[in-house]
Each structure stands twice: as C-alpha cells, then as structure tokens.
Design a protein around this ligand. Structure first.
Ligand code: OGA
Length: 351
C-alpha cells in the first residue's frame, strides 16, 4: 500500500486509499496536534462589523481593529462588502477544481516555489522533512491581466469566478488597510503607500479526510510572511490560532472572513501589531477547503517601521531594519514552514 501511495504527487490521491497515515506524514510525538487539548469554547477571536466603518461609529470600529491587531493578531469580519454570491461561486469552483481527475489536476503541478501559478502539496516539498496533509493551488492575482492566462482553464468558469473574487477581496483589503493605518494613528493611505505596486496571491487549500488526524497537520504552526491575510473557509473547522500559550479553534461562521496580521504589518507597525502563529488540523471524515488571500508589498518595495511609530526614546527605537520584500520572501520559502518566524532575521542592530 505505502509503496504505491508514495508514487503519487498529491495527498488527495493517497488519502482515500490508505487506512494509516504514510510514515512521511507522521510528526514526532512532541510536535503533534493534541486534538483533545484544544480550546473549542470560551475565548475566540473578535468579530468586527465593518458596516459601522462607513457610519458615525467609525472611531469605535477603528478602536476594535487596534485592539484585535495588538492583542490577537486576528479578527473576523462581517458586512465586509464581498457579495455572498461571489463567495459561494469561489468555494464551488475551488471544490470542483480539486474533484477533477488526477490527470487534469497534475497538469498544474510544480515544486518550484518561484512559479506564479502552481498546484503543489504540503508546504515546500523541496525543503521539509515531514509532509503536511494538504494540497494547494497558488495563484498570483495582481494585476489580474498579468496572470489570468496561466490560471487553470478547467473547470470552465475557473478564471472568471476567481478574477471576480480576487477583485472583490482586493477592494475589501484596501478598506481594511485604511482602517489599520488609522488605527495606528497614521494617515489613511500610509500603509498602502509603503507597498510599492502592491501584490496579491491566493491559495486554494484542499485538506482531504485523514485516517489518523492526531499524527499529522494540514499545516503546522506558522506565521504569515505577507502584510495581511483574508481567509475564507468552508463549513468544516480546522483553523487554530495561538493565544496566551494555547491553541484556540476558530470555527467557521458563514459569510465572514478571518483577517490576520502578517510579518510585514508587524514590521511596519514597529511591533505594535503582532503576526501570530496559526495552524490547520485535519479530521477523519470531512474534506476541508480554505482560501486565503495574501496581500503583500510588491517584491521591489522597501519595507521598514513607519517613521511616525519610531521615536528616539529607547522603548520605541526601530525594531527592524529596512529590506526589500523580495529579500524577505526568499528567506520565507527557503526555510521549511518553521515555527520561528523569519522576522527575527530582520531585527535592527542596536547601536
Ligand atoms: C495558509 C493558512 C489556514 C487554513 O494557507 O497559510 O494558514 O485554515 N491556512 O487553511
């Protein structure tokens, strides 16, 4: 069984034929999900209603954003402006993509992390020792016209639906960036102005049912390298966020997005906002799909702490040096998805 399983490129094509997790997916005992120890009730991440952002309560919403970014690194949003239909169509086409025959899916397979459109598995098969129970299609999507011809053309509606979704989520992210800027006491366009031409990537994550979910991860604990992430998840739980020394489950709420601070936002905010650990666990009876949008600087953009957030007093010196996003992003992919964030490699030297 295992010999034939390991000749497959994608975990989707292994999952249904095994009753044990193949050995290359098994984590060391000290690094397993401990599913029975997860906080499933009680503390959760804040839910922010963006409707209020456009009314007389804007200041209150900005305050909620500041609190969520500083204390959790995560929040959920409702009334976010992305139409329900757009969300539903995106989820449906993602599911249809992964349900296609192996021969159709593998046309897009690549282990080259530099490719702007590719289907792959785990995280970085070139650099990691233990694999993750996940396949993913990664797409660059800004500007759309530069990349759309690379995207899968099957299912037939894939390009149209994904383009509509990416455009709508980008508009939402730009609203969020203004709110986050304001929440840091900066001009509305400050964060957006540091991103060069801006970058936007998407992942369509597919987590097949797993016969032994206690032994492996969909994705192990990691921090996002980009600026902010807006995650759409289907109705199956799996996302967990690290808070006060514990993993908390973030259960799906229909028609919401989960937003998190990435490493670049931590740098720009000079550590006021935190990029925190997150992971995805799998389960034995249901497939799960999540669709993160990773919003980021363009590769040539120079990122560093915002000048207004640094003052000469010792406690608020520049925590990070300036760097190009290209430099950061390369470091991120070179390492297997490690719990230690790359951000520590970019600390300013103290003089
Ligand atoms: C990711 C990620 C979480 C999830 O793709 O980087 O963190 O819920 N996904 O799938």
């Amino acid at each position: 069984m295992e010999a034939s399983a390991t000749s497959k490129l994608l975990v989707s094509d292994i999952a249904s034929s095994v009753d044990h997790v193949p050995s290359n997916y098994v984590r060391p005992i000290s690094d397993r999900p401990n599913l029975s120890k997860i906080e499933t009730s009680g503390d959760s991440i804040p839910m922010i209603d963006l409707q209020e952002l456009h009314g007389s309560n804007r200041a209150d919403v900005i305050y909620q954003v500041a609190h969520a970014c500083a204390s959790y690194g995560f929040f959920q949003i409702k009334n976010h402006g992305v139409p329900e239909k757009t969300i539903e169509r995106m989820m449906t086409v993602a599911r249809e993509f992964f349900r296609q025959p192996e021969s159709e899916r593998v046309k897009h397979y690549s282990a080259d992390t530099k490719k702007t459109t590719r289907l792959s598995t785990s995280f970085n098969v070139g650099s990691e020792k233990v694999s993750n129970w996940r396949d993913f299609l990664r797409l660059h999507c800004l500007p759309i016209e530069d990349f759309i011809s690379e995207w899968p053309s099957s299912p037939v509606s894939f390009r149209e639906v994904t383009a509509e979704y990416a455009t709508s989520v980008r508009a939402l992210v730009l609203v969020l960036l203004e709110a986050i800027s304001e929440s840091l006491g900066l001009a509305k366009d400050s964060v957006s102005n540091t991103l060069g031409k801006h970058g936007q990537h998407m992942a369509l994550n597919y987590y097949p049912p797993c016969p032994q979910p206690d032994l492996t991860f969909g994705l192990p604990g990691h921090k996002d390298p980009n600026l902010i992430t807006a995650l759409l998840q289907d109705e199956v739980s799996g996302l967990q966020v690290f808070k006060d020394g514990k993993w908390i489950a973030v259960h799906p709420v229909p028609n919401t997005f989960i937003v998190n601070v990435g490493d670049q936002m931590q740098v720009i905010s000079n550590d006021k906002y935190k990029s925190v650990l997150q992971r995805a666990v799998v389960n034995s009876d249901k497939e799960r799909i999540s669709i993160p949008t990773f919003y980021c600087p363009s590769l040539d953009a120079v990122v560093g702490p915002q000048q207004e957030l640094i003052n000469e007093e010792e406690e608020s010196h520049a925590v990070y040096r300036s760097f190009t996003y290209a430099e950061y992003y390369e470091k991120f992919w070179d390492r297997a998805l490690a719990t230690e964030s790359c951000i520590d490699l970019f600390k300013a030297s103290k003089t």
